[in-house]
Design a protein around this ligand. Sequence first.
Ligand code: PLP
Length: 416
Amino acid sequence: MNSAMHQPIAPAPDWSRVRADFPLLERTVYGKPLAYLDNANTSQKPDCVIESVAQFFRERNANISRAVHALSEEATNLYEGARSALARFVNVQSAQELVLTSGATMATNLVAYSFLLPRLKPGDRVLVTTMEHHANIVPWQLVCERVGATVVAAPINQRGELILEQFIEMLTPEVKFAAVTHVSNVLGTINPVAEIARECRRRDIPLLVDGSQAVPHMPVDVPAIGCDFYVFTGHKMCGPTGTGVLWARRKWLEAMPPFFGGGDMIREVRIESSTFADPPQRFEAGTPNIAGFVGLGEAVRYLTELGMDRISAHEQELLVYAEERLREVPGLRIIGESPHKAAVISFLVEGAHAHDLATLLDLEGVAVRSGHHCAHPLMQFYGVPATCRASLAFYNRYEDVDQLVVALHKACKLLG
Ligand code: PLP
């Protein structure tokens, strides 16, 4: 745990006041108060983040690292300040080990093409799990297909937990890389990533952990996990869209060739060939989402002030309440019943299609996601085309859950 960064602040946050930081939550949908329960998809943004982006454009807008004028220097400092804040947030000592990307998807693709592809040979395997988001499956498939390697998945049980013994058994000499989600975006399951990392290290298998659903909801100490790569995405943690992070061990970053070419990632360019900047700039070609990272830096400050341990504890309380209340709904089945889970609740209601249900909930002001959640292999495992998913954040109220349950009762009557 990153105890220094995530030390609780006193007094405990008044969560109803915290909610007031999020202007969008005041709006209505179809004349009903909004119960926003689609946080695993994207989070809402507090005023301070919105204001930091607006202020950047109003007062500081300039490109970074390309001019000596004051505005450019201020913009560069803000951008690099965000990198440092993000590093501290996940307890990484050197901000230079963080590559700023457009999201977790881009971060994963960067590892696939720059790190893995040059190392893969025909017959090699990449080990993932059945519960991965497509962003942690498809990039590996694309590079595997180029060389005749394959992606294989370790199984899960009916509760939606990784069967760790089988994952370990599958770490055979053919496996050249492993990629596992920290927290499932469908099941909420929190995977034992430190244990997984230990087993991978024993066999010299580099491991990527997808922290997209973990970093917004719990304290994360990346070095303590012991993986080789850790990716996460800014828009699920109160930051702007188009922002994300790749952390990689320095030795890997230094060994990785560029993935994108262009401005800002070079040392010297000749028409015949070029030499490249050190990491992380080597991987940040072109003008980045400067304003987005200014906003994400502010989001990190905001979350740190609330305390990630407090956020996690509060969301766990909401989760217990929500699961208890949802079980009152006749015919409702929760998919993902690990005792060790984040506040993500996928569910099905007997006789109702997930999309119909989500549409009726929407009419009652309740925003949930329905569909495959970019996790086809998981849907296949459960033998369903889609689920409904209510995903909570610290700014949700018990009343949001009540609104969901009342709306579900009403929807079930209509569909039944
Ligand atoms: N990994 C997980 C577990 C996710 O839930 C998501 C987004 O839903 C992603 C990766 C991809 O994130 P992004 O679309 O921001 O790149």
